[in-house]
Design a protein around this ligand. Structure first.
Ligand SMILES: C[S@@+](CC[C@H](N)C(=O)[O-])C[C@H]1O[C@@H](n2cnc3c(N)ncnc32)[C@H](O)[C@@H]1O
Length: 172
């Protein structure tokens, strides 16, 4: 990944008609349920060490396919924020949240490389299958670290060209 590289087609979904965006949303749901992705996500989330009642941000949240897991961690008194540039995905995430009656989750459009959030705001921040679509990874990881409080966890899951999962605790 180079410093010059921006988002690939995933960063341009706002220019697509709604049908293919909804179709990709179904694929995200199916992928999130696959044991390999589910296990990697749950392992990273557990290692962020976010307490019950804490706050988690998913950068590049898509349609919120994994957000039942986030609610399982923070519980009803915690706080969840999802940020993604794709308007159709943010609308789907809000609908999913409404259907489940999750009142402690908020979704907004934004770029992982310039998160519209305050420094040290969250106990944990993660991204899942996003870095490959929105380079440079260094800019994304720097932003994720910036909005995580010292002692909080930053995690990333990636799947191409190699699969890796990496939770880190922010030291300063
Ligand atoms: C493969 S999907 C993964 C979505 C979600 N994390 C999941 O696991 O279901 C990639 C996501 O990255 C988002 N994306 C693309 N460019 C981005 C950027 N610059 N900042 C944040 N998200 C971005 C896309 O809109 C899409 O939702």
């Amino acid at each position: 990944m180079t410093e010059e590289w921006g988002s690939d087609f995933f960063g341009g979904l706002n220019y697509f008609p709604p049908e293919p965006v909804a179709g990709i949303g179904h694929i995200l749901d199916a992928m999130a349920a696959l044991p390999a992705f589910r296990d990697a996500r749950q392992w990273v989330l557990a290692n962020l060490r976010v307490p019950s009642g804490g706050s988690i941000l998913e950068a590049g949240c898509g349609n919120g396919a994994s957000h039942a897991d986030l609610h399982g961690i923070v519980g009803p008194s915690g706080r969840i924020v999802g940020i993604d540039p794709t308007v159709g995905f943010i609308e789907s995430a809000r609908n999913r949240s409404k259907q489940h009656g999750w009142t402690n989750a908020a979704y907004e459009t934004g770029d992982i490389r310039k998160l519209p959030r305050k420094e040290n705001e969250f106990d944990g921040v993660f991204c899942d299958k996003v870095l490959i679509h929105a380079g440079p990874a260094s800019a994304a990881l720097r932003e994720m670290s910036r909005v995580t409080r010292p002692g909080g966890g930053v995690g990333a899951i990636e799947w191409l060209p190699f699969s890796w999962s990496a939770p880190q605790i922010r030291s300063r």
